[in-house]
Design a binder for this molecule. Structure first.
Ligand code: DAK
Length: 257
């Protein structure tokens, strides 16, 4: 049983993972990251699970890496940091991942939210990379993913100045796609998750992979990748089902084959 998070399998192919270290605002310890990576691996392996929603508490999605744990690590400790493997596992999750963010998403917490494919924020959410205040810098993709999401000037402002931005600013900047009332953030994320969970799993997987390609490749290579992915889907039963369902004027029933 995980100690730092709760995992619930909900109807409609959705799994909800809730970070639960309230005393430390869900600060990401090695244990928490390991449990999260394991929970995502389990969701990956479970064919019933089509989409995962990741959330925290009303006060904090996650306030960053656990600073007390970080304080114990010297240079060698950082080089051999076991959290690196967990971050890799989280990055490799290939099903759609939605972050429902209320409260603080700072440092590693903001980086974790940015690992999600879609970010829904409550009005009280705050996103920031305050590592500079500790004499360090982001280490889990915060420089790369943030800059790609919000552009150079705001990313520089947040990382170099250590200032956080509110949910409305995050929406304007393109870091999140929707802002809700805080009490509705998880509900809205689950609603979106159920919508996506009804789609063809292989198409979802390849569409996610292809969209993410756009972040790290040139246009011609990205378009080539898209062409290949599109072609691969031509061999799936779900494509046949989707087209037949349209012609028969009924809802498709996708199986992931
Ligand atoms: N770590 C440990 N404990 C934390 C914490 C954190 N990041 N954030 C909060 N807490 C704890 C507080 O110490 C406090 O504990 P008690 O004193 O009650 O025992 C409790 O949570 C409640 O916090 P506050 O009393 O401070 O609550 P406030 O509402 O007054 O303030 C706050 C909330 C979020 C503004 C404040 O807690 C705060 O500034 N927290 C620190 C935020 C921060 O600096 N985050 C960045 C951490 S550095 C890497 C990958 C990732 C990273 C590094 C390397 N590799 C793979 C190499 C990431 C680094 C970071 O994230």
């Amino acid at each position: 049983m995980p100690q730092t998070l709760a995992v619930e399998s909900l109807d409609g192919g959705v799994r909800l993972i809730t970070l639960q270290r309230p005393a430390a605002l869900n600060a990401l310890t090695t244990e928490l990251l390991g449990e999260l990576a394991a929970a995502l691996d389990a969701a990956q392996a479970d064919s019933e699970t089509r989409v995962v929603v990741l959330t925290g508490s009303r006060k904090a999605f996650a306030a960053g890496a656990d600073i007390n744990e970080m304080a114990e690590r010297d240079l060698t400790g950082i080089l051999n940091d076991p959290r690196q493997a967990s971050w890799q596992q989280i990055t490799g999750f290939s099903k759609p991942l939605i972050a429902a963010v209320n409260g603080f998403a700072l440092g590693g917490g903001c980086e974790l939210a940015m690992h999600a494919d879609i970010l829904i924020a409550g009005e009280d959410a705050r996103f920031g990379q305050p590592e500079i205040n500790l004499g360090i810098m982001p280490g889990a993709g915060g420089t790369q993913r943030l800059l790609r999401a919000v552009g150079k000037s705001l990313a520089m402002q947040m990382v170099l100045g250590g200032e956080s931005i509110d949910a409305r600013h995050a929406l304007r900047a393109g870091l999140v796609s929707e802002v809700t009332q805080p009490e509705l953030t998880v509900e809205r994320a689950l609603q979106l998750a159920r919508l996506i969970a009804g789609k063809a799993p292989l198409a979802l997987r390849l569409a996610k992979e292809t969209l993410l390609k756009a972040l790290d490749t040139d246009l011609a290579s990205g378009l080539r990748f898209e062409r290949h992915a599109f072609t691969v889907l031509a061999g799936t039963r779900d494509r046949e089902e989707g087209i037949r369902a349209f012609q028969e004027k009924r809802r498709p029933s996708f199986t992931g084959h």
